[in-house]
Ligand binder design. Structure first.
Ligand code: PMP
Length: 351
């Protein structure tokens, strides 16, 4: 068909499977195994459907923006709120990566980056992680059209110390550097304090992991007001009302319960520490993870085979049939009971 010649063709991002069957142990998409803070359920019960006939407020004027600004000690003019960090990152790619030079990101990283680069026609270049899956700051000092990387990185879980993050930001003052901190609350050090010093740094975080709200879709970016203004200009040129009323209310309730948030992150980090011990005992090797998942390889059994066998046992983890990582499994840290079921299954499969 003639019209097909004019279609903007893209290869979309493939998210992890969301099985419909009951009884699956789902350790494949880095969701939090615990519910959101109790205040979120209360706020959900208090939602007033009568108000839904009105358009929502602009996010920057809401209780959610005020709560986030207070929590992170920034102004609401240093905050951009979107529909999950995917929306925030997508808008940031569209706004800040507008150069003939390639945008740099790691060869092993969040597999949405090349998808956004392709859909927006942004040139890019992947920089190889070292043999221990570490980002090498020296690689990011050549001329480029911008830089983006997750810290901790995904799917490896390996974190980059703050001084190395700063080295990359400082070496790239002429472009925007986006640090994707989707997993920062599980043991990394946020680059947020650097935003005062660097006007080219954008720090992106999400409610999907540490705040147990992947289904509600809230993400945010923090940076100097000029960066945020440019982001808003593009966002308001695409869609004015991205954040729905319910998300704005429920998000504010989540941020207000700091104690619950901290306890939840601690619990996951404790389960991760036990997972390291148990998985080593079962013959797995891995780098130290600072995220709510662990990226493991078995000493003798191929990852693809373990993946299939786990699936037969109703345990879902993530496996990519991709260069350099095809012998690895990414296992989300679940509850202790879910992890025990995983160890039992692994013991049978490869013990
Ligand atoms: N960044 C990274 C590194 C991720 O792994 C994810 C989760 N898929 C996201 C961003 C996006 O998460 P969300 O849109 O749910 O905030």
């Amino acid at each position: 068909m003639k019209w097909e010649e004019k279609v903007r063709r893209v290869v979309p991002y493939t998210p992890g499977e969301q099985p419909k069957k009951a009884g699956i142990i789902k350790l494949n998409t880095n969701e939090n195994p615990y519910p959101p803070a109790p205040g979120v359920a209360k706020a959900a019960a208090a939602l007033n459907a009568e108000k839904f006939r009105l358009y929502p407020e602009f996010p920057e004027q809401t209780a959610l923006a005020k709560a986030l600004a207070a929590r992170y000690h920034i102004g609401t003019d240093q905050l951009f709120i979107g529909v999950g960090s995917d929306d925030v990152l997508s808008m940031a790619f569209l706004t800040f990566f507008h150069s003939d030079r390639p945008v740099f990101f790691p060869d092993i990283t969040y597999s949405f980056y090349d998808v956004w680069a392709n859909v927006y026609r942004i040139p890019y270049e992947r920089k190889a992680l070292d043999a221990d899956f570490r980002i090498c700051p020296a690689d990011y000092k050549e001329p480029n059209g911008g830089v983006v990387f997750p810290n901790p990185n995904a799917p490896t879980g390996v974190r980059l110390p703050l001084d190395k993050v700063e080295e990359i930001v400082a070496a790239n003052r002429d472009v925007v550097v986006i640090v994707d901190e989707a997993y920062i609350d599980f043991g990394g050090t946020s680059a947020l304090p650097l935003i005062d010093k660097y006007d080219n740094l954008l720090v992106v975080q999400t409610f999907s992991k540490s705040r147990s709200m992947a289904g509600i879709r809230i993400g945010y970016a923090m940076g100097q007001p000029a960066l945020i203004r440019y982001l808003n200009d593009v966002k308001y040129s695409v869609n004015s009302y991205t954040m729905n009323m319910a998300a704005l209310e429920l998000g504010a309730a989540a941020v207000q319960d700091e104690a619950y948030f901290e306890a939840c992150c601690k619990k996951i980090m404790a389960t991760r520490a036990r997972a390291e011990e148990r998985l080593s005992g079962l013959g797995f090797v891995f780098q130290k993870s600072s995220a709510n998942f662990i990226f493991v390889s078995h000493k003798t059994m191929p990852a693809g085979e373990i993946f299939e066998r786990l699936k037969e046992n109703a345990i879902y983890v993530r496996w990519w049939d991709k260069e350099r990582i095809d012998n690895y499994l990414r296992i989300t840290i679940g509850t202790d009971a879910q992890m025990e079921a995983l160890y039992r299954a692994l013991d049978e499969i490869c013990g």
